[in-house]
Design a protein. Sequence first.
Lengths: 117, 107
Amino acid sequence: EVHLVESGGGLVQPGGSLRLSCAASGFTFSSYWMHWVRQAPGKGLVWVSGIYNDGSSSMSVDSVKGRFTISRDNARNTVYLQMNSLRSEDTAVYYCTRDKLGYLDVWGKGTTVTVSS
Amino acid sequence: EIVLTQSPATLSLSPGERATLSCRASQSVGTLFAWFQQKRGQSPRLLVYDASNRATGIPARFSGSGSGTDFTLTISSLEPEDFAVYYCQQRGDWPWTFGQGTKVEIK
């Protein structure tokens, strides 16, 4: 069965850093693009960042460019989101999701990031 | 970025009724378009991709239509488990964007 399990969330002060991880299982991880999508409390979904299957290229929404970096380790079946210079507006549940031919077909349960002093 | 506007914000219906949800894109995305369902406390679930194709395991009462800038998700006869929030999403251009959501609630 296909699974995505996020970890690494928590409470961090403004300006701080966190690294989120997403462990994949049940499919050939290296064949799929992967993405992070976030959802602020009571709000809608926002695509954050995506990475090619071989890690050769990535894209991010403007609001996180220069602060967040997506990466992957295909040997460990894991995708990461390094988040630096965190702001209160980054507070959200962060979902890891698989990209099947351009569609987000499998989602993890999410990990919660709270940025607050 | 492409802005997706969903309407209505809330749809109040009874089980067995037909639900029609709309999403308009600020510029054409062809059929590079999807619909998701999210129940309270759960992750989103892919319902429809390529504007009109049901995802694996999605019941036939869900159907999507449209192309270009105007898209529709129809639930032909609401089941109790269908009351949730629905999001549209485009992948026609970066950044990928979602609509703000339509809540389908029990009347």
